[in-house]
Design a protein around this ligand. Structure first.
Ligand SMILES: Nc1ncnc2c1ncn2[C@@H]1O[C@H](COP(=O)(O)OP(=O)(O)OP(=O)(O)O)[C@@H](O)[C@H]1O
Length: 336
């Protein structure tokens, strides 16, 4: 059970008044990705680094597999937890294979043949074919490729938990998107429990099963991207996640809230003819398909059973967005 449990965790640095992390409690379920977002200095890195004991908490507990990390040997603990940061820190005089091997060697318990096989597997996994890249040196790789080696190295001992602190922050937008896709693909295969600090809300929404929003050391809201967009806890979260950004709402909100059973746009004679769309699609997918097909409505279908669950039309999408905006502005008014 590689669940990470934060239990009333607080960190006060010596000589500072306000705590860097202030009584934070939440869980990252096994095999899921939790993104930590928030303004600069809100305590994200401090929280992350308390998991592998690079920083010690002032009070509270962090439990892994039900055990308090403070009861474990920090070196052993770090061998079981992958850690990826922005500054990859590869050894310049070692080849890529040797750079990956060194982590596996440190962790111990692997024979030579197994380690060699593992290096090849990892290089394939992060999209660096071993035949081409095994013998190269870090200076012969691009920044994005070095970042991939950093990820391969963190995965070398097959840790159940990965801590990632802005690992793609220094990459250009295209390489960053590629690395994010790579991580999603890897995660579909290997199901690590991932805690990931990001400054990029698009990245947080793309990668996160859950997003934890922090401000001034406190956990302000924890939720799925859809929950944060549809029901931000306060103005700060709303601004941070861009809850009033219509494009983002369309991109992330699922169509299941908009379904109409008998849209006027479809005459009863044409019920069977309208194009179909998965009922797990987003409003944006539906909008595109409505525009592309020029159809008055789309029939939403369960992809497994192929049963129709309702219809989406331009007016049902509009109604959903207007309703959300109405809810958000009345929430904002009630706070004034
Ligand atoms: N070693 C330290 N000693 C004293 N204060 C520290 C130390 N490290 C961090 N802090 C303070 O703790 C607070 C939280 O810092 P932290 O690095 O965890 O925030 P963050 O959310 O990761 O920030 P950023 O997004 O800018 O990286 C900040 O106010 C910071 O100045």
């Amino acid at each position: 059970m590689a669940t990470i449990v934060f239990n009333e965790i607080t960190k006060r640095y010596a000589g500072t008044e306000a705590p860097a992390v202030d009584n934070v409690s939440f869980e990252v379920p096994e095999g899921s990705t939790c993104m930590l977002v928030g303004t600069s200095g809100s305590g994200k890195t401090t929280l992350l680094r308390m998991v592998n004991r690079l920083i010690e908490p002032t009070s509270g507990a962090i439990l892994l597999e039900g055990k308090n990390v403070l009861d474990e040997n920090p070196i052993e603990l770090r061998r079981r937890i992958g850690y990826v940061i922005q500054q990859v820190g590869l050894f310049p005089h070692m080849t890529i294979a040797e750079n990956i091997r060194i982590t596996a060697d440190i962790a111990g318990g692997w024979d030579k043949q197994k380690i060699n096989q593992r290096i090849d597997e990892l290089m394939d996994l992060v999209g660096l074919p071993p035949s081409e890249y095994r013998k190269r040196f870090p200076r012969q790789l691009s920044g994005g490729q070095q970042q991939r080696v950093g990820l391969a190295r963190a995965l070398a001992t097959d840790p159940a938990i990965l801590l990632m602190d802005e690992p793609f922050g220094a990459l250009d937008a295209i390489t960053r998107a590629r690395m994010q896709d790579e991580l999603l693909r890897i995660q579909r295969d290997v199901h690590k429990t991932i805690l990931f600090v990001s400054h990029d809300i698009e990245e947080a929404f793309k990668l996160g099963d859950q997003v934890a929003v922090m401000s001034q050391g406190k956990l302000i809201q924890l939720g799925t991207p859809v929950e944060l967009l549809a029901r931000p806890a306060n103005e700060f979260v709303s601004k941070l996640v861009g809850a009033d950004n219509i494009v983002r709402q369309l991109q992330y909100l699922p169509i299941d809230g908009t379904l109409d059973n008998r849209p006027e746009a479809v005459s009863s004679a044409h019920w069977g003819d309208v194009p179909t769309i998965s009922n797990q699609a987003t409003l944006f997918d539906a909008l595109l398909k409505l525009l592309e097909t020029n159809a008055p409505a789309l029939a939403a279908e369960d992809p497994q059973s192929q049963q129709r669950t309702g219809y989406v039309t331009l007016s049902s999408i509009n109604k959903e967005i207007s309703q959300l905006r109405g809810e958000q502005s009345s929430r904002a008014e009630s706070r004034i």
